[in-house]
Design a protein around this ligand. Structure first.
Ligand code: ADP
Ligand code: MG
Length: 166
């Protein structure tokens, strides 16, 4: 069993990022959390759309404008948060996300650095950056505990298998 600390992926279109998200969504287990950092327009919400598709949800996540969290129901219940407009950690604590995750739901969070202390410690962290081409995105995924380590490994093998098939 190989232990990887980080995995780098380069996507060249929004479809590539959605495919990566789908591999993550396919691999999620109860209690998993995915924390997605990156500037506006790097594709965080596209990645969440893939995650939701991988979980088999019927609706497509968008960037929440006024609410901090949207819920999507698939194989597991996904809570999608965008903390961009967040005023403080207390606001996230009030959402009760930790309790939901403890109960087996899963979490996808944009702008997690706004309230990192109020989010699960063991989480897969995804960092998205623009590359040299207009549609290039350099995406780094890291793990920091047993849950996120399992998720990272499963998502990587799922993504590579899907790529090999296409
Ligand atoms: N490789 C790529 N991955 C994701 N999005 C991309 C990519 N290339 C271009 N885009 C575009 O970048 C934008 C990303 O938007 P969005 O996912 O809402 O970003 P964020 O949530 O990070 O602000 C979309 O308009 C999408 O079409
Ligand atoms: Mg977004």
């Amino acid at each position: 069993m190989s232990l990887i600390a980080a995995w780098d992926v380069l996507t060249r279109s929004e479809e590539g990022t959605i495919s990566l998200g789908r591999a993550i969504g396919d691999s999620l287990s109860p209690g998993d959390a995915v924390l997605i950092s990156g500037e506006l327009g790097t594709g965080k919400t596209r990645l969440v759309q893939g995650i939701a598709a991988g979980l088999g949800t019927a609706d497509r996540p968008r960037s929440p404008t006024f609410v901090l969290v949207n819920r999507h129901i698939g194989r597991l219940v996904l809570h999608h948060c965008d903390l961009y407009r967040l005023e403080g950690t207390a606001e996230v604590e009030e959402l009760g996300l930790m309790e939901r995750v403890d109960d087996g739901d899963v979490l996808a969070v944009e702008w997690p650095e706004r309230a990192r202390a109020a989010l699960p410690e063991d989480a897969m962290e995804v960092t998205m950056k623009r590359g040299s081409g207009e549609e290039d995105r350099s995406i780094t995924l890291t793990q920091n505990g047993p849950l996120s380590s399992r998720l990272l490994r499963a998502a990587r093998s799922g993504f590579n298998a899907a790529k090999a098939e296409s």
